[in-house]
Design a protein around this ligand. Sequence first.
Ligand code: SF4
Length: 494
Amino acid sequence: MKILLLEHPRSFNPGRCNDIANTPLASCLLSGYVAGLLDSQGHEVLIVEGYLDQLSYQEISTIISDFRPDILGVHMVYHWQDDHDLYAFLQQIKYDVPYITAFGFYPTIAWEDLLEKCLAMDSVIVGEPEVTFAELTEAVACGVYPDNLPGLAVRSRVGCQRREIIADLNTLPFPIRTEALYRLGEVNILGSRGCYGGCTFCYINPFYGQGSLWRGRSPENIIAEIDGIIAERGIRSFYFTDPNFFGPGQRGQDRALQLAALFRMRDIHFGIEARVNDIHDRTIEALADAGLRHILIGLESGKDSSLKRMNKLTTVNQNEEAIKILRKYGMEPNIGFIMFEPDSSLDDLRTNFEFLQRNNLLKNLSVTANVLYHNQIVLKGTPAYRQLQSAGRLAVQPASTYEGVPSFENSQVAVLAELMRQMTNIIFISMDDIWSGRATQQNHSTSGALNRLLVKTFDDHLQYMKAGRQISKEQIAFYADDFGKKVHSILTTA
Ligand code: SF4
């Protein structure tokens, strides 16, 4: 069978340019893993990087005509609204492709919407896709369009039975990587799936559908993949796209130490993502010595009651201790931080702000712009979505039920959240060429001046509100416009 896996073109949405949370990095190798399994079973697989290779639908159409796949699998990561261009494209090629399915994080959460709105799709794969895709391929090869495969949602059947997850990830063939993925500089690698945490806003575990469960590949299996990449490509720079690099408890720390010992002998550099309660001195020392160069940690809040509300199962003390340990070994962490939760009070925002200042996390413009803005994003399938919906506090757009817009408990928090969204978008758009590497670096004093402006603006507006004065929704545009003029003035006088 011939299978074409499509990473479809994605459009830039200026209103959402700093919403990183909806693009789970853990998804970036899904097509590669599906391709690896199908390839190992003797099928001919082609991955088309519509997004990374910036292909037009016309160009993709030509590739499909040349390849003539029996099955087209569309990998979908996230959508801010219905992707009419993609749906129209699939409708147009439907006559040339016998079977079309979709897989990934977004289809898993929004499969009912997709089947209703995109009639060209024959099915949607829900959850971990590899085994379902392989069984689907076998069925289609026999001329059967299955309607009762676990993990497969179809129009003719109500509901979708989840498939058991892959218990032993070592049984999966290594993912197939495209040239576009190798061009990213660091090679993405997935050492584990899922998370033993259960944050209310997170849809990693809802995707796998098995509650709070972390599964790790063995250190030997991971190092075999790394050795293969070094031998084939000579690349020694890696990024672990695991939502949580560490497994739970002491066993998780021991596994990390085993990995560190193997990495140390290979002269590699790598990055990871982790929970703060897994940041321990001995393990970080060993990983840093083995080539760990950057890390993302989910701090989320500077207030214990907020962490509790999010079911983060961590404390502010653990946040601060993790930052100290990482800095001790020369790493300035990237951080996940949710400044504005639906239940935030102005006091919570002040506590968050002081936490960020106290821990020197408002010194770098790209970090400041993120942490002073981030709203809690509420995605279908997460506990937060269910809680807010049942409390009648979630507006769901008819265009897509995927993301809900929560109403804030405190109307002034809502105003400040919107104000910061507009102001930080001005920063992100102004800095886009520099931060994306298309233009030369801004001089240090300019980015310092922008950073000070952003921090002061947040502080001033918060103080103003805490003094009992109100900012109306109508005034938001005025303040954002004024902020934009100040940004322009700093950039043009630099
Ligand atoms: S720790 Fe991270 S990956 Fe785990 S549930 Fe929380 S947000 Fe998700």
